[in-house]
Ligand binder design. Sequence first.
Ligand code: ARG
Length: 448
Amino acid sequence: MASKLWEKNVQVDHDVERYTVGRDREMDMYLAPYDVLGSIAHITMLQSIGLLTADELDVLTAELRSIYVEIEQGRFAIEDGVEDVHSQVELLLTRRLGDLGKKIHSGRSRNDQVLVDLRLFIRSRIEDVVAAMTRLFKTLQEQSERYKNVLMPGYTHLQVAMPSSFGLWFGAYAESLADDLAVMRAAYHITNRNPLGSAAGYGSSFPLDRAMTTRLLGFASMDYNVVYAQMGRGKTERVVAQAIAGVAATVSKLAFDACMFNSQNFGFLRLADEFTTGSSIMPHKKNPDVFELTRAKCNRLQALPGEITLITNNLPSGYFRDLQLIKEGFLPAFDEIIDILTMVDAMMRQVKVNEHILDDSRYDLMFSVEEVNRLTQSGVPFRDAYKQVGLEIEAGRFCPVKQVAHTHAGSIGNLCNAEIEELYRHELDRFDFDTYHKAFNQLLGRQS
Ligand code: ARG
């Protein structure tokens, strides 16, 4: 078995290695490109404080850049017997450059290395999540505008209540995503801070230039206090998981609505055939499995903040190996939510709405309040009008006028979609992904 970075003279038991490394080799593959970027920033800073010569920096940077390309091209793996990505990158450097490779770790610990890797990874993946959210947001707004004149029943207690519309229904989920984006922005804000230089969690006697690595990695600021920087492990993941869970909650509610409205007993929506699945016994079936799985996947994502809370809950400050396990649920969550958003976007684009729902007399009573309001506007006191319509309904004499004239802000006749778009755009514009793109390109010696 290959040796460990920290191994001195006692052989590590195989079962203990299996138990402690667990799924870390697989999980660390998510972090590999960011580990290399963090190392390039770190050694650039080491050279500036005299711990590497300019020549050494050039040689190391060139080698780290080629490891980055190997990762991009899928030619990088964490070998058996190597504990994690941090060890693998250092191993490659020492194999290729000899003792020079051993110099990169001055003033650093794997504790702040994994912290910075996670921050860089999360920042990039939030950008992808936001792009997927934005596509769905636009689709929902477009559908809201397209169907703004198509009425449907609104429900309370799942009982027919008042007139609603597809304009409201689609638009509601767009506005929900705008709020979810605000939470995502807050999560991004605490992610976009540099923990590098906190080392094992207590800093270093080297005069590390933390402002320099902060700039080189395109962070908005550093985590100043080194103890707090280490406390960010688990906290960052929890806050980001909560932001993902918020998006999942929105989508899961939409998925339930869609399943229900697609059922024959409602018949408000028709999902495109390619998004439904058949039954092995009932030849007529077109089941909304895609939305059902969406609902379950979203619900599972909502369990993630709870899982992270439980892993971290009773830990005092300082690093503990417990934190490693967070990666297993957390790192794959980004692909999952992006997959969900992409699928739901495709379905929402193709969904067909029933423009004749109100022809069915079972929905007549949703116009009762419209009738009360009409009488009220003609001078009848509200309570009397309410009673008059109530008696007509009881006597089976209620005859609805199937028209609505809602004009106030946010209602059927005045959706405020432009204002909702403005709300979304306001958050979107404040992410500033460009700063870190430029920083990464510089570290990699690529054109911006
Ligand atoms: N795999 C470890 C983790 O994710 C890396 C840090 C190891 N540090 C340590 N002191 N054992 O937490």
